[in-house]
Ligand binder design. Structure first.
Ligand code: ZN
Ligand code: ZN
Length: 80
């Protein structure tokens, strides 16, 4: 079952973060060489300090990501 895309989602505000559900960027050469892959990006819904709220346009998974690695708080560590 797909969740609805957040009404605040704006294709003009994107974040290049790997989706923890589809992980579709894991084997993408464009993502590995650049952070601006035109295919693999997430909606940047909002941000609260270092924590950004993201939604995947493919699977509609929504999650929070702390852009300050090591800081306390919810989130998934960035992909390396
Ligand atoms: Zn996804
Ligand atoms: Zn990609």
């Amino acid at each position: 079952m797909r969740l609805p895309i957040d009404p605040q989602a704006d294709p003009g505000r994107r974040a290049w973060v790997d989706c923890p559900v589809c992980q579709d960027a894991r084997s993408c050469a464009a993502c590995a060489s650049s952070r601006n892959c035109f295919e693999h990006w997430r909606y940047l819904i909002s941000n609260n300090g270092p924590v950004v709220h993201l939604q995947c346009p493919r699977c509609a998974h929504a999650w929070s990501w702390n852009t300050r690695p090591g800081a306390a708080g919810p989130g998934t560590p960035p992909r390396r």
